[in-house]
Design a protein around this ligand. Structure first.
Ligand SMILES: *Cc1c(COP(=O)(O)O)cnc(C)c1O
Length: 385
């Protein structure tokens, strides 16, 4: 037997501990040098000029939509197959999400449907690298450009990934990363807006900090600290978390290598299972791997999937149903009247997904145990069909 194998586990070590202690002893717990260093490390990795650290990925997306002036009466095109935050932020600014169905291999929005969905009230495209896959980001950027609307990239699942040699975070007017403990790097809670647009970056800096004007370099904060130009929030990222982020960014390459090793091991061991569809990665993509999600083949249904997840958990193997469709969440059914059948491809995919344990420190023995247990469940379910 092996111990319980969690769905995910953060990889934090001595460097993170050392930097946090240093911050705690320094007396400077917010808006200090670690925030600045963390912002430049993430911005550089995303191929963008500016980074704005915020308290979460959700807050980052919210601030970007606010900074773009999106509000009541506006529509934002987005995907129903994602973590709920990518759509909730559209509701937070009072706008309406306009969902378009996905394509079944990349699990990202079908570009033709995106273009067809653009109407007079469409003010932005909010695209997500679903399960970390960046396919079509370049296509969405081209569509947004043709229609002169901004593309907002929710790259919370894609730090360190490149597509056609472009870095995730750099496809749209702005990109947003999240640093929850299951992401490629973590700060516990935290997020980062990245952009080349200086004005947008400055507006986001003000919004995260109570709507304060941002003093120019060298300028005194007298007269600006208690001035509030716009409705702002407190979405600041403190120095303890920024220090953890700096330590994580310094070893991002080895964290990604660890994820790639586990993904390769799963792919090799599960390749021959006809009951499964494995994640498809475009040739032009270098994936940093957010999660490892397999899908039961067409013809299998939700009940079988749910039973498999439940039995994996009974065998101490963490597993989950990433992601239930957003339009079928109770809030969205109530607000917009969505039902089963509204976005058939997203629904069909999301009923059959199984997220498997995935983290850098996973041993071959653990991977082997997960694969064996999953295979046992597949055979069992297959026999009772
Ligand atoms: C994690 C995630 C978010 C939100 O990030 P938080 O930091 O948890 O607020 C947003 N969108 C997607 C697609 C995510 O995976």
């Amino acid at each position: 037997m092996v111990d319980e194998i969690p769905l995910s586990r953060p990889d934090v070590g001595k460097d993170e501990e050392r930097l946090v202690l240093e911050v705690l002893r320094s007396g400077r717990l917010s808006q200090g040098p670690y925030l600045e260093e963390f912002e430049s490390l993430v911005a550089e990795r995303a191929g963008c000029r500016h980074g704005v650290g915020v308290s979460s990925g959700t807050d980052g997306l919210h601030l970007v939509l606010r900074a773009l002036g999106i509000g009541p009466g506006d529509e934002v095109i987005t995907t129903p197959f994602s973590f709920v935050a990518s759509s909730n932020v559209i509701l937070m600014v009072g706008a309406t999400p306009k969902f378009v169905d996905i394509c079944p291999s990349s699990l990202n929005m079908d570009p033709e449907r995106v273009e067809a969905a653009i109407g007079p009230r469409t003010k932005a495209i909010l695209a997500v690298e679903a399960l970390g896959n960046p396919t079509y980001m370049d296509a969405y950027a081209a569509i947004a450009g043709r229609h002169e609307i901004p593309l907002v990239e929710d790259c919370c699942e894609a730090l360190g990934t490149t597509h056609q040699r472009r870095r995730c975070g750099s496809f749209g007017r702005a990109g947003v990363f999240g640093f929850y403990p299951n992401k490629q790097i973590t700060t516990g809670e935290g997020g980062m807006i990245v952009t080349d647009d200086e004005h947008l970056a400055a507006t986001c800096r003000s919004l995260r900090n109570q709507g304060r004007p941002i003093p120019k370099p060298g300028e005194s904060t007298l007269g600006t600290w208690l001035a509030h130009e716009r409705l702002g929030y407190n979405a600041r990222l403190d120095e303890m978390r920024a220090a953890v982020g700096v330590a994580q960014m310094r070893r991002l390459d080895s964290l990604i290598e660890g994820r790639q090793r586990v993904a390769r091991a799963y792919l090799t061991r599960l390749m021959h299972r006809s009951e499964l569809t494995l994640p498809t990665v475009d040739e032009a993509t270098d994936m940093s791997w957010f999660v490892f999600v397999v899908r039961l083949a067409a013809g299998w249904g939700r009940e079988e999937r749910d039973r498999i997840i439940a039995s994996l958990r009974r065998h101490d193997v963490g597993a989950s149903d990433y992601f239930p469709c957003i339009h079928l969440q109770p809030l969205y059914r109530e607000l917009f009247g969505y039902k089963e059948g509204s976005f058939p491809i997203a629904e069909s995919v999301s009923q059959r997904t199984i997220a498997l344990p995935f983290y850098t420190q996973m041993t071959d023995r653990e991977i082997g145990f997960v694969v064996q247990t999953l295979e046992l469940m597949l055979v069992r379910e297959g026999m009772s069909r």
